[in-house]
Write a protein that binds this ligand. Structure first.
Ligand SMILES: Nc1ncnc2c1ncn2[C@@H]1O[C@H](COP(=O)(O)OP(=O)(O)OP(=O)(O)O)[C@@H](O)[C@H]1O
Length: 342
């Protein structure tokens, strides 16, 4: 549904060249839901704007829904929907009229536009506000109206640029229900950008991570987390025993990023440590590993066999931020702040 090769876009700003997108390849199959993730300024919107024919590429090729974005931009526009970050709807018109205008704009007959508008109003739970002026809608309703506008002409492929940004958690969850249902009902292929890692993790079948204009990862969230980040295990051992425990942890074939630390006496808190155990604080060993829950019992047995006492253990499953950190050495949230501040 999307095939891009070497897609590139440069901008000239005050005599300098900004390499917003540096030769990316994208392949999205029919019916897929792909999240495009990256910090501020990574090149997400620029890529989307090229794929939706709003911005000509500096170099590279792409077809969307079977149409070449350079040689057949009109064909592409007919087959795709694009919901940008700005408002799709005006403020002055009633919700249903906005949809009818959009339908007519796409060359639909009056009757067809009415049918489609009513179907989308019902599907996106906007029928209750159909006669309201768009400017009076809540943030979530407004976003759903934008989506309805993008879907009026029944596109096979829908691009959404940060659909849930600015919405409260309830409206976000509600919006996602609608996106997933539309996809189920119409089989629409969806390519979206988001800042919300949890959203990409739970909703998307595939995640593409872009950083400084390059795609640095492209896989299912599960595989990215397992292959690139791994589970984070923290084992608390007796005082002074961290170095030996770290040596034992290092024997686990997939163990990496092994670090040792000291836990303050009261930080051990209500741990599993019995009263007569080491009482002047404890040491910790932290490392990443594949399949932590399976590895942990083995490790505890090995520590026990070496005469080391395990005070507490913790396994934390990785997040997509851990994946970004493993790939770039930066946290996605920190990158956002740095690049926003830049
Ligand atoms: N019209 C433009 N003129 C000059 N530079 C631009 C233009 N559009 C984007 N850029 C620059 O290109 C880079 C990528 O921007 P882009 O908006 O694609 O990033 P993004 O990943 O979508 O960021 P965000 O998450 O903040 O929307 C940034 O450095 C940005 O400043």
């Amino acid at each position: 549904m999307i095939h891009a090769r070497g897609l590139t876009r440069h901008f000239r700003v005050k005599g300098e060249t900004v390499e917003a997108v540096r030769g990316i390849d994208i392949d999205v199959a029919e019916g897929e839901l792909v999240a495009f993730l990256g910090p501020n300024g990574a090149g997400k919107s620029t890529s989307l704007r090229m794929l939706t024919t709003l911005l000509p590429p500096t170099a590279g090729t792409a077809t969307v829904a079977g149409c070449d974005i350079r040689t057949d931009p009109l064909g592409a526009r007919r087959r795709i929907g694009y919901i940008g970050q700005g408002r799709g709807a005006g403020d002055a018109f009633r919700v249903r009229d906005e949809l009818l205008f959009q339908g007519r704009f796409h060359g639909m007959s009056r009757a067809d536009a009415r049918r489609r508008a009513d179907e989308l109003l019902a599907g996106l739970e906007l029928d209750g506000v159909a006669k309201r002026v768009a400017s009076t809608l809540s943030g979530g309703q407004r976003r759903r109206l934008d989506i309805a506008l993008g879907l009026m002409h029944r596109p096979e492929l829908l691009f959404l640029d940060e659909p849930s940004t600015g919405l409260d958690p309830h409206s976000r969850a509600n919006l996602w229900q609608h996106i997933l249902r539309l996809r189920e009902e119409y089989g629409t292929t969806i390519f979206l950008t988001t800042h919300y890692l949890d959203e990409a993790d739970t909703m998307a079948e595939r995640v593409m991570i872009i950083d400084h204009g390059r795609v640095i990862a492209d896989d299912t969230p599960e595989r990215l987390k397992a292959d690139l980040a791994g589970d984070l295990i923290t084992v608390t051992v007796g005082k002074g025993e961290a170095a030996r425990a770290a040596e034992i942890a290092a024997r686990i074939p997939t163990a990496h990023e092994i670090t040792t630390g000291r836990q303050a006496p009261d930080a051990a808190g209500p741990s599993t440590a019995p009263q007569d155990g080491p009482d002047e604080g404890a040491d910790t060993v932290t490392f990443r590993v594949k399949n932590g829950p399976a590895v942990l019992p083995e490790l505890v047995r090995a520590l026990d066999a070496a005469g080391l006492w395990t005070v507490a253990t913790e396994v934390r499953r990785p997040t997509l931020d851990d994946v970004f950190l493993a790939l770039t050495g930066r946290s996605l949230r920190e990158s956002d702040q740095t690049q926003e501040g830049a």
